[in-house]
Design a protein around this ligand. Structure first.
Ligand code: PLP
Length: 394
């Protein structure tokens, strides 16, 4: 990537610099395809996960409806990222689309019976079903093979947002018709990603212009970013098993120590492999290994700290050098509870008192020690501030 940043050349130009840039793009496309087990021609580079999700949701809805005017509906899980939920809402508001918001269980995993019901009632109207491979807030991994069986056996297209899953779990792209990947979630640059979509499908473009990327996504490609994305994806996929195991073990240690330090903290999402103590989870699933068959992303730990405002706790931990996140969006200065936790059945207060700690390939045991050292004083202080205000100076 740094080598490419020193060079110029538009990959669509015919002169020597352009041809050189094109070669880098096509070699990167091959590396991305190889890492995901698809054909190079299936890879459509985008500006990231958000654009790829929008292209899948709107583009496949539009092209499906153009081909068959009875396809006026789509189905998405209620726990999707906003990059899927918001274009879906846009189709409802502006295109009159009908939508099944599919329920998830108390661990954040898709309720397969809800999906079966939607498919059996609406298969002939559905242009698309979109279910994320793994949830970005609580780390729940979807049973994509079963989902694919239910959806595709009825002739309905299946898209999956695999932004959080690629590089951590085994993502078999052949199970779906379209797949979203993002560069910065696999250790690559920001602002690049891809929609993997077979040549038999032509989502209606969101962007019109120079006809790049099979005329599905016009715009001059960012060659250094594409090269960095391909290199990072290849590294993430090829080291996945060992990295996932190591990070899951670190995460299990983090969970046990958080529950020890704050005994009434609640672990949200699917259960993890290691022994956990503390209060009941918001839907504890059967204990499951942290390897390939795990129900939860290896680097994900998500808690509710009763009596705390998540955003206040986040600021206090940030001041202590620990960076974490809430799934909530702040609207007009008022923290909103996460839609994912609400879909899992959490009440407003628990949803607002929640935090996610994410571990990545650079995380170490020392990082966990530092979190544990900062946690109790921060929780105490956030509790004193209560559920409604962000403490001054935080
Ligand atoms: N989908 C999921 C599940 C995500 O977690 C994210 C980003 O956090 C996105 C989509 C958006 O991807 P990007 O940041 O590349 O636009």
């Amino acid at each position: 990537m740094t080598a490419e940043l020193e060079r110029v050349g538009n990959a669509s130009s015919l002169h020597a610099s352009g041809r050189r840039a094109r070669r880098v793009v096509e070699e990167s496309r091959e590396r991305v395809a190889e890492s995901l087990g698809v054909r190079p021609s299936d890879v459509v580079f985008t500006s990231g996960g958000t654009e790829a999700d929008n292209l899948a949701i709107k583009g496949l809805f539009w092209s499906g409806r153009d081909a068959d005017d009875s396809r006026t509906a789509l189905a998405v899980s209620a726990a999707e990222h906003h990059a899927v939920l918001d274009p879906t809402q846009w189709l409802i508001d502006h295109e009159g689309a009908a939508v099944c918001f599919l329920p998830v269980d108390s661990t954040g995993r898709l309720d397969l019976d809800g999906l079966r019901e939607c498919i059996s009632e609406h298969a002939s109207q559905l242009g698309l079903v979109s279910i994320m491979w793994a949830n970005n807030e609580v780390g729940a991994i979807s049973p994509i093979a079963e989902i694919a069986d239910i959806v595709r056996s009825r002739g309905v297209l299946l898209h999956s947002d695999a932004v959080q899953a690629v590089g951590w779990v085994d993502v078999d792209a052949s199970l779906v018709d379209a797949l979203t990947v993002s560069g910065h979630k696999v250790g690559g640059p920001l602002g690049v990603g891809a929609l993997v979509v077979g040549r038999d499908l032509s989502p209606t473009p969101l962007l019109h212009g120079g006809g790049q990327e099979r005329d599905i996504r016009s715009g001059t490609l960012d060659v250094p970013a594409v090269a960095g994305f391909a290199a990072a994806l290849e590294a993430a996929v090829s080291t996945r098993l060992e990295r996932s195991r190591a990070i899951a073990a670190l995460r299990d240690n983090l969970i046990a120590r958080v529950l020890d330090a704050v005994p009434d903290a609640v672990l949200n999402g699917p259960a993890v492999g290691g022994p956990t103590s503390g209060g009941p989870t918001l839907g504890r699933a059967d204990l499951n290994g942290s390897g390939d068959s795990a129900l939860r992303l290896p680097g994900n730990a998500h808690f509710t700290f009763p009596g705390c405002e998540g955003d206040a706790l986040l600021m206090l931990l940030d001041a202590a050098g620990v960076e974490c996140s809430t799934g909530s969006a702040c609207q007009a200065g008022v923290p909103q509870p996460s839609h994912v936790l609400l879909a899992m059945g959490a009440d407003d207060a628990s949803a607002r008192g929640s935090l996610r700690f994410s571990l990545g390939h650079t995380s170490t045991a020392r990082d966990v020690d530092e979190l544990i050292a900062a946690l109790t004083p921060s929780v105490d202080r956030a509790r004193r501030a209560g559920l409604t205000t962000v403490p001054a100076g935080a």
